[in-house]
Structures are given as C-alpha cells and as structure tokens.
Design a protein around this ligand. Structure first.
Ligand code: ZN
Length: 205
C-alpha cells in the first residue's frame, strides 16, 4: 500500500494533533464526512503527515490485512481519540477549561502511547523514538503532539474555524491573530459570499 493512494487530507492545523482532529469534515459533533474511512486511510494520513516512515507504514498495512478485526478496533480507537482531542482544543479555543472526563480520556491514551517511547542512539547522540509495530502506532505521535501543544504557549492561539458547519482547528500564528477560517479558499470564501448575499438582501446580520 502506498500513502499517496489517498490524497484527501488537509494539513492546515499547524500541529499534528490538530491536523488529526481535522480528518472529519463538517461539524464533528453532529454531522460529518469521514476522511478516515478505513485503517489504510489512517496509515496513509500518518504517512503524509510525517508521523510514520514508509517502511513502518508498509508493515502496519500488512499487519492490518492479516488482522482485520484488530485493525477495525484500532480505527475505532483513532476516531475516539480524535473526538477527545477535538473537544479539548475546541474548549480551549473557546477560552474555557476542558472537561475533566475528556482530560482523563486523553491521559489514558497518553499513558498507553508513552509505554512505547524509548531513547535510542541517533548520530553521535540519542533521540526519542517510538518502538513496536502495534496497530495503534499511528496514534502515538498524535497523542504526544497534543500533550506538547497543551504544554506550549501556542495552546492560547488554538482557534476553531468560523465557517458554518466546520469544526476544523488550527493555531493562529497570523501577525494580528486575526485568522478566522481553516482555509480561505473553502470556508473563508463561502462565508464571505454568504454575508455578501445577506447584505444584498438588505439584511443587516
Ligand atoms: Zn473551516
């Protein structure tokens, strides 16, 4: 399987964990279009995001083909993690404190991921590395990224797209902190057209 077989992903979040949350299109709470349709989609996403190297992705794809039930379970876990990450950062974007139950779910995922983090030799020094070919491996760097973002000052810059029926998250690094849309080409233009339409109708909204 080749990561480039699946092209339908966007990487506009600025952080791996936010790009992962953005694999659901539409309103993730109610009605969304799934971009992680199957386990190979999850692997392809992680590969394109730079969270899995090609050899590991290939091994995971083979493992998933041999263990379809376990792969379906890992995909289900990925979607649950996605919702947890979305809820935590959406709440932060709203300048509120995340729900204790969401943080507890996140910390459970973090503990599971950290079991696989090792220090390994790299060059003339050492580096953190993920060890093991579990089907959940694509999730570990995502969880780690979310933990790092929570601890980073950038968590104050997390925003949720202002587009109607869009719940994509991003870090607003614009100079005036004025970014409102996940993507100007999609949500931004759509909302502009909508407000133009309202003005032309004499509606002051
Ligand atoms: Zn949007």
């Amino acid at each position: 399987m080749n990561g480039s077989d699946y092209q339908d992903f966007s990487f506009i979040g600025g952080w791996l964990c936010l790009d992962f949350a953005n694999t659901a299109d539409g309103d993730i709470n109610t009605d969304w279009t799934e971009r992680l349709e199957s386990y190979p989609h999850l692997v392809a996403w992680a590969q394109q995001a730079g969270a899995l190297d090609d050899e590991t992705a290939e091994r995971l794809a083979q493992q998933a083909a041999q263990q379809p039930v376990a792969a379906a379970g890992a995909l289900e876990q990925a979607r649950r993690l996605r919702l947890t990450i979305y809820r935590i950062f959406s709440t932060i974007a709203d300048e509120r404190t995340p729900d204790a139950a969401e943080l507890a779910a996140f910390n459970t995922a973090l503990a599971a991921a950290m079991e696989h983090m090792q220090v390994q030799p790299r060059g003339d020094g050492f580096a953190w590395a993920w060890a093991g070919d579990s089907l959940e491996r694509p999730l570990w760097p995502v969880v780690w990224s979310a933990a790092e973002l929570l601890l980073s000052p950038e968590h104050h810059m997390v925003r949720e797209c202002g587009g109607r029926d869009c719940s994509w998250l991003f870090v607003d690094t614009s100079r005036n902190h004025s970014r409102r849309w996940c993507d100007m080409k999609s949500c931004g233009n759509r909302e502009k057209a909508r407000s133009h339409y309202r003005r032309s109708k004499g509606d002051r909204v």
